[in-house]
Ligand binder design. Structure first.
Ligand SMILES: NC(=O)c1ccc[n+]([C@@H]2O[C@H](COP(=O)([O-])OP(=O)(O)OC[C@H]3O[C@@H](n4cnc5c(N)ncnc54)[C@H](OP(=O)(O)O)[C@@H]3O)[C@@H](O)[C@H]2O)c1
Length: 295
């Protein structure tokens, strides 16, 4: 039996949808923070278990009898995200879970500019030191993020970046979910103690992303390469008053740009195809399949 944690989230719910197609309802459990508030699987024959990363007792109850667990981290701040990961590892170990599959990120360097990279690195180390059969699925930047970004680029007719010619191997949430299901439905030993890097089929620079969006939406976008300071100022101007999470965006986005510039999300692998059995979707096809969002 498989427990899918964070089943209410975008990756978790995609994993559940995929499992509904190929597994019996008794083969998997949707782990959610608040089963009472979670109505998406109402009237389905799928067991829900309270699975709160901040509550070790709930994790032990949730993982009771589970052979495998999929851990999709939350968006908590760095120290809490790390503590949540350690809680999951402890509970899985205490419950005799055979395999813990962890959705991580490509940049786990201790000196990464991304604060939460340290949390993911620490969780990977704890997994390696545990007695679990673990599998890490490090993920590149999500293709889905572009759907939030390009409408603004089109509206302003410009894409401002300080990532230089750094490349990004965008991967979709759907391909991540398909890869996770591939691992969770293979013999445990096949992917034990392995780190995979989930990427799309290509790595694009912002010049290439801008050209692609210009072509797909028949609107010329100018790609402007600026300094970190100018980039941060531009973010402040765009998001300053418009959005309650603006301070976070202004703080974190330049750090991601640095990571792109350093090439930490530019590696392309064939791991999605290895694990899911199908090639990952490229950015063009993904964007053509998904509707344009309002700014
Ligand atoms: N590389 C990238 O481009 C990128 C982009 C986005 C996300 N990510 C990473 O992907 C992961 C999440 O992905 P997502 O897209 O599925 O996010 P999401 O749709 O926002 O879902 C987050 C999930 O975490 C759950 N959660 C929050 N706090 C929890 C807790 N204390 N205990 C248990 N579950 C908790 C939420 O449950 P509730 O419904 O109860 O709130 C929700 O199911 C994060 O690790 C994030 O860093 C990476």
């Amino acid at each position: 039996m498989i427990v899918v944690c964070a089943a209410s989230g975008r990756i978790g719910s995609t994993v559940i949808r995929r499992m509904q197609k190929t597994l019996a309802p008794s083969d998997f459990i949707a782990g959610v923070r608040d089963p009472g508030a979670f109505t998406a699987l109402k009237d389905r024959d799928i067991e829900l278990r309270r699975t709160d990363y901040d509550d070790p007792g709930s994790l032990r109850e949730s993982f009771d009898g589970a052979e495998r667990v999929l851990f999709i981290p939350s968006f908590a701040d760095t120290e809490r995200r790390k503590a949540q990961g350690l809680n999951v590892i402890d509970a899985a170990s205490a419950c005799g879970v055979k395999q813990l599959v962890f959705i991580g990120i490509t940049d786990t360097r201790p000196d990464s500019p991304l604060p939460f990279a340290h949390a993911y690195g620490a969780i990977e180390i704890a997994l390696a030191e545990s007695s679990l059969e673990w599998t890490v699925l490090r993920t590149s930047m999500y293709t889905d993020n572009l759907q939030e970004q390009y409408p603004l680029w089109l509206e302003r007719r410009e894409l401002v970046t300080c990532a230089g010619d750094g490349r990004i191997a965008y991967v979709s949430r759907d391909d991540i979910a398909a890869s996770a299901v591939g691992v969770l439905t293979s013999p445990v030993g096949l992917h034990a103690k392995r780190i995979y890097v989930l990427t799309g089929p290509e790595a694009l620079s912002y010049d290439e992303v801008g050209a692609l969006i210009s072509e797909l939406f028949d609107t010329a976008i100018e790609v402007k390469h600026v300094s970190v300071e100018e980039f941060t100022d531009a973010l402040r101007q765009i998001w300053g008053l418009a959005y309650e999470g603006a301070a976070h965006v202004v703080k974190v986005t330049p750090l991601f740009q640095r990571v792109f510039k350093e090439g930490m999300m530019g590696e392309v692998t064939d791991h999605v195809e290895q694990l899911s059995g199908r090639p990952p979707e490229d950015v063009r096809t993904w964007l053509q399949r998904h509707p344009r969002k309002a700014v």
